[in-house]
Design a protein around this ligand. Structure first.
Ligand SMILES: [Fe+2]
Ligand SMILES: [Fe+2]
Length: 615
């Protein structure tokens, strides 16, 4: 098949064809056919195409496939003065495979510091957008206004999107329906002269966000009528059957969550609809057991292996069977990996990692998680802010998951929600946790973890506090740990009042509500994130420092997974003990009545050690 035919071939027949175009296309600035050919009235040195832009088969509607690579876009430079100015109509038959905060279909835009000029038809993580700068909204150096569709697009589906501006009113349509409009702009479109007409990316002088998806057809007009109507007429009626564009590949490679004595969850995501098949076996047996996800046609799969033996090493492999394209049934084989189930005895030994606030800095998070993996922990507790923006899919697929490998391929993830997750659906999609997922308790050997959502109310009448009280009261575990994102106690400099000038509450007052329960029910350590530092308090009980053996609860902030570091109050707090301003993770080991904790920075230096004896 000619899918990988270089786009350059499709370009050889292109010219500046204004005079030769059929009347209906008069005024067309740029027209891209489903064959990938482009024509229009632009002149000058144009058309640079990347080899990574491929043609889609005509049978599925044709067009160009953009693979999301940084060099996979089409630049049409040198056309200053030829871009639509008084009026603009853009039509695109387009699909989005990877939602992005700044997605671009076509545009000629500059957005740098205060300077905002030009326009771009694009999308964010769930909806199509038109950004446009006009003379009437110019605040001196240009100002882009954004129209955002009030309905989401569907991943992988071709949508007919048009954007128009008639000098007074801007309008965005999706599949023939007006999804956003604005009377705010006015006057001619404002250009600085720096804009470069680009297809398949949101691109300006210093930003490059490539499109991952298909552009099956595209037209840009500078006429008031011909454009939008002609485009709709040609493509609106014959919207091809949904077809997914990307090559069949992993979007998120398999990883583990929610460990127990007899079960674990395995999740993975593909670019195409698929069905997941997981093979697994204990190390002592040769024969594989097979389970399917039962979710054919999904991309994200979650398989819970059940009926496992406690404290046993298992091998597993997740494979994905892609939806057939013609006669071919594509298969993706996941890597062969292993995990150990939780022990069922209070006397057994195990270790776990504590990490928090991995957020934007994937390179640091990767160093930290690789050091954690060196210890081969049984599981990974994450204190929240896994990502920077919970609703932004690429934060998960391109930053969080890659930075946590190979750790989470072997050690199941046990997270809580941070504020940066934004309670987004993607968190719940990517995590498999005990109901209701936003809070839960988890027993592991001699320990029980109380996983709390610090973003929700923990007030006296709250559902979550009632649950926590019941769960703590019912616990029989020797070791008890609370985990929540916001710290009940912190010596941080400015999150809870600027300590250089004023007073501070020294912690989050909503989550402070759990302190009484932690003390009453013998919680040993409360782990938190949020304040991007390391801190271990003295044990606290009844608002004072008390030995752990007398019921004092230790508060440990472990928020050094990658987010930009913060700082401490210049004067110590009444509870403050060890502090460190560096990226880090914690290694915690439990052997019956003994607990050992080490904090390790991103260079592998252990900078804090703690030993506790069970009460
Ligand atoms: Fe954070
Ligand atoms: Fe946070």
């Amino acid at each position: 098949m000619s899918q990988r035919t270089r786009l350059a071939l499709a370009f050889t027949a292109t010219l500046a064809l204004g005079a030769a175009l059929p009347p209906v296309f008069r005024g067309s600035v740029l027209r891209m056919q489903r064959s990938g050919e482009m024509e229009g009235t632009l002149s000058g040195p144009l058309r640079r195409a990347s080899a990574d832009v491929a043609l889609a088969p005509a049978a599925v509607g044709g067009g160009l496939i953009f693979n999301g690579a940084d060099d996979a876009f089409i630049s049409l430079g040198g056309q200053q003065g030829q871009l639509p100015r008084e009026e603009l109509h853009v039509g695109a038959l387009v699909s989005v495979e990877t939602p992005r905060r700044w997605g671009g279909i076509v545009g000629a835009v500059e957005d740098n510091a205060e300077a905002e000029t030009g326009w771009v038809l694009g999308y964010d993580d769930s909806a199509f957008t038109l950004m446009i700068s006009t003379e009437a909204t110019d605040d001196g150096d240009g100002k882009l206004i954004t129209l955002r569709a009030d309905q989401p697009y569907e991943f992988g589906r071709l949508h007919l999107v048009t954007a128009s501006y008639d000098g007074e009113r801007a309008e965005l349509t999706m599949d023939g329906v007006v999804v956003a409009s604005s009377d705010a702009p006015g006057g001619p479109i404002l250009y600085s002269g720096e804009e470069r007409l680009t297809v398949g990316a949101y691109r300006d002088v210093n930003e490059m966000f490539p499109h991952d998806g298909r552009i099956a057809a595209l037209e840009i007009f500078d006429t008031p009528f011909g454009g939008k109507l002609a485009f709709r007429k040609r493509f609106g009626a014959a919207n091809p059957t949904p077809w997914t564009d990307a090559t069949f590949d992993w979007r998120v490679q398999p990883y583990l969550t929610w460990p127990s004595t007899d079960a674990v969850s395995i999740l993975g995501e593909s670019t195409w609809p698929s069905e997941a098949v997981v093979l697994f076996r204990p190390e002592s047996q040769a024969g594989w057991t097979e389970v399917t996800s039962g979710t054919p046609g999904s991309r994200l799969h979650e398989v819970r292996l059940e009926g496992l033996e406690a404290d046993t090493k298992y091998f597993y492999q997740m494979n994905l069977i892609g939806a057939a394209k013609g006669d071919a049934v594509p298969v993706l084989e996941g890597p062969l990996r292993s995990f150990r189930t939780a022990p069922d005895s209070d006397e057994s030994a195990f270790t776990f990692t504590v990490i928090g606030d991995t957020q934007t800095n994937g390179a640091v998070a990767k160093r930290v998680s690789d050091l954690a993996f060196e210890q081969r922990p049984n599981f990974v507790v994450h204190c929240g802010d896994l990502v920077d923006t919970g609703g932004n899919k690429t934060d998960w697929t391109e930053t969080f998951f890659p930075s946590m490998r190979p750790l989470i391929e072997h050690a199941p993830l046990v997270p809580v929600l941070g504020n940066h997750e934004q309670d987004a659906r993607l968190y719940y999609d990517y995590m498999s946790l005990p109901a209701p997922e936003r809070w839960y308790s988890l027993r592991y050997g001699a320990a029980e973890f109380f996983m709390i959502d610090g973003n929700r109310s923990l007030g006296q009448q709250s559902e979550q506090l009632a649950w926590l009280e019941g769960a703590l009261a019912a616990s029989k575990a020797k070791w008890r740990f609370a985990v929540l994102h916001q710290p009940p106690y912190t010596s941080d400099s400015n999150d809870y009042g600027d300590t250089t000038k004023t007073s501070s509450t020294r912690g989050d007052m909503n989550v402070r509500n759990i302190v009484r329960l932690l003390e009453e029910h013998g919680v040993d350590i409360c782990f938190s994130g949020h304040v991007h530092d390391y801190e271990r308090t003295f044990p606290i009980k009844d608002g004072a420092v008390r030995p752990h053996q007398d019921g004092g609860v230790l508060y440990i902030t472990a928020a050094g997974g990658g987010g930009s570091l913060e700082d401490f109050d210049g004067t110590n707090t009444w509870f403050g003990n060890r502090k460190a301003r560096r990226h880090h993770h914690l290694h915690v080991a439990i052997l019956g009545d003994d607990l050992e904790l080490q904090a390790m920075d991103e260079d592998g230096r252990v900078f804090d050690t703690l030993r506790l004896r069970a009460r």
